[in-house]
Design a binder for this molecule. Sequence first.
Ligand code: ADP
Length: 451
Amino acid sequence: MVSLVMIVTGAGLTYYLYEKFYVEKQKSLLVVQGEELKSYYQNSTNKEEFKKRIEWTDKTSDARVIFTEDPMLLSAGIPYEEFTDNNLITFEERQHLLEGEKVIFVRKHPRFNQDILAVTIPLFKENQLEGAIFLYMSLVDVYEPFQSIRFILIVMFVVLLTLIIWIGHKMTNQIIKPLKEMETISQKMSQGDFSKRILVKKKDEIGNLSNSFNILASSLEEVDKKRREFLQNVSHELRTPLSYIKGYTEAILDGIVVDRNDIEKYVSIIQNEVGRMHRLVHDLLDLAQLEDDSYPMKCEPLPFAQLIMDVIERFELLASQKEIAIIRELDQDIIVNGDIDRLEQVVSNLLDNAIRYTPKGKSVRICLSQEENTAIFIIEDSGSGIPKEDLPKVVERFYRVNKARTRKEGGTGLGLSIVYQIVKKHDGELKIDSVYKEGTSVIVKLPLILI
Ligand code: ADP
């Protein structure tokens, strides 16, 4: 487009300059012819010969050449007078002629309504004005060779103008419109409405920008949806224990419950609910910290088997109460680069789940092995298992397979989310395999420090 504009402007400019140059050239030609005739006049003694020469020049050149000896005619502006307008030669120009200077002008021919180029040369002999030579030509003839070029230029100009208008229109449609749309949609976004999208019609830069804008809108919508869900979940999680606590304290304080045994029972329920709220708030804060990208892990080389043994020790009482055997197959040589408290949290959360969801009398197997540069930690239980459709969601915050049951068992639904975040922060991998009603295997892979 830019080159097209340059070509047309260049052509127009060249045309203009060339035309100017051509007129100038014609002008100097007339002057040369006139000067030649003048010197001929001054050198010759034979007037008849000079007049013949004038006639000959008039015939052979493109210009009209006229000679007059009548100073009166000259002072009256003849022969331009034949144009019916004496003013064709101005008074001033006439004065110039009388002073012996030549007069050159381009002026409109009043009768034919066209420009003429004229040169008038005064002829002097012994300081006496004796006559004048007039050379003139219509500029229509001068311009004639340019007519076809001019036509081409006009066509080019019209085409260019149409093109510019067309491109302008297209630009408005393709650039301004989507930009305006983006502006409106982003205003809606700032007011909390993330549902609007831009219709992407083309795969050009604006199309790509619109696409990116839509992707941004979708992720913001998703974030907003998650935020709402989170708030709903938190308030739901808090509302239940709070209503228990409120109900039972009121019952005791209002004297509805008077039996000492009942009171003890209710207070113990209140204590449980307070414990659950405490765990919930603690886990939530923990998760919020872990989800923050800048939250650091205090990593150091750790003998992983020892860490696992320490955690198992804490669960031994619970396991023995449920008559669950904890089978351990631990490679003692494995050293990982990890945050001791956080990895203990991982093992503890996973073991807690394994024991919690495994029925009485069954077993939980804990393995630690290595494969190339990776430590592989597996907790395998023979418990309730997780249905296939729930498997991808169990690491989501507050997700529980069996909501009523797990609540009774005291889970917050945040344990696996915390585990997932910690493993991620250790550049590790978390995988959960499960067969419903048969058991679950949670596999944690961590980078190994090789010794
Ligand atoms: P919770 O605190 O409820 O245990 P988690 O995030 O640890 O929360 O687990 C989420 C859900 O995944 C649990 O509610 C439970 O339904 C399921 N789940 C986790 N671990 C196991 C397991 N070992 N066996 C069966 N289901 C499990």
